[in-house]
Ligand binder design. Structure first.
Ligand code: SF4
Ligand code: ZN
Length: 309
């Protein structure tokens, strides 16, 4: 098989684009897709300070690697969830990556900020572990970015994540989520700018990139990922992609360019007045922000247990 660009020996086949590439031209192709997304959606510039959510998985480390190579000013942020058998490896890989690039990494430990782990947090909030975990990460990530003056926060969400999320949001007509599903969300009160530079590269392409660039990433899955509903939507879009290559990218791009405008965030969010949380100052529509509410519930549970012991 011949590389479409250099006509040399190709080792990579990308069905979604119906092309075959050698490793060198694949790297150029991959990085170009990320640069194009950054420019198309005006995600950030070389003057911006970028905070990157680094989980230790292939997506965030591949993104970090590309942004370093493109000369952006990036700092990694890792939340150590303290999950036995998975968190140790994730943190070690983030540290190793940052050291190898001479980059900065900020680490938060869940145990230092809450009186409980993800499982206990999920129980007191009566929500799935991933939903509570996502809330905690967004809160800490956003607060840190605000406090330390970062211009934008970036995450490693990729094409497969976004296509699956879009399918799930459409199946349940989650209008608020549909309004907020976009490769970049501008700064608004209490929220820094958010961007997803990997929005147009697939999981498969990221895996190839990580292998060719020799990036070491976490091999153990978080034990809570098994119960996530997103798995079903991912299975469905993967099946469609296998039978009809390029379905994912068409689905997502068409939504962004033609249909997202039907969902108006301002209208949908007008359910309550935003005011600063009395505990932490984070903007919320409730009495306490979700994070402080969780913190309070866990502290109460701990105090109750101590009195009964
Ligand atoms: Fe958090 Fe769920 Fe991801 Fe585990 S799988 S790290 S609980 S969001
Ligand atoms: Zn708060």
């Amino acid at each position: 098989m011949k590389c479409k660009i250099c006509r040399g020996e190709a080792s990579i086949k990308l069905e979604a684009y119906n092309i075959k590439l050698c490793e060198r031209d694949f790297l150029t192709f991959f990085e170009r897709r990320i640069t194009d997304a950054i420019k198309e959606y005006r995600m950030f510039s070389h003057q911006d300070r970028i905070l990157l959510a680094a989980s230790g998985g292939k997506d965030s480390l591949a993104l970090w690697d590309v942004l370093f190579r493109l000369g952006y000013n990036v700092t990694g942020y890792h939340l150590d969830l303290g999950i036995p058998g998975s968190s140790e490896e994730s943190l070690a890989l983030c540290r190793e990556f940052a050291q190898g690039k001479n980059g900065e990494l900020v680490v938060d430990k869940l145990a230092d900020i809450l009186d409980g782990d993800i499982k206990q947090a999920s129980i007191v909030m009566k929500k799935p572990a991933c939903s509570v975990c996502g809330m905690i990460k967004r809160y800490r990530f956003n607060r840190l970015a605000e406090e330390k003056g970062f211009d934008v926060v970036v995450t490693g969400h990729h094409l497969d994540d976004e296509a699956a999320a879009l399918l799930g949001n459409m199946l349940h007509w989650q209008e608020g989520y549909l309004a907020r599903q976009y490769p970049v969300l501008q700064k608004r009160p209490g929220m820094v700018r958010k961007a997803k530079p990997l929005v147009y590269v697939s999981k498969k392409e990221i895996e190839i990139y990580a292998r060719v660039r020799n990036i070491k990433f976490a091999s153990s899955d978080c034990p809570y990922s098994q119960g996530a509903t997103s798995i079903y939507y991912k299975k469905a879009v993967n099946q469609l992609e296998e039978d009809m290559p390029s379905t994912k990218i068409f689905f997502l791009k068409t939504f962004f360019s033609k249909y997202r405008g039907y969902f108006h965030e301002d209208k949908l969010e007008a359910t309550g007045e935003l005011h600063p949380c009395p505990e932490c100052g984070y903007l919320t529509v409730a009495d306490l922000c979700n994070f402080c509410f969780l913190k309070k519930r866990l502290a109460e549970k701990k105090a109750k247990k101590e009195t009964s012991d």
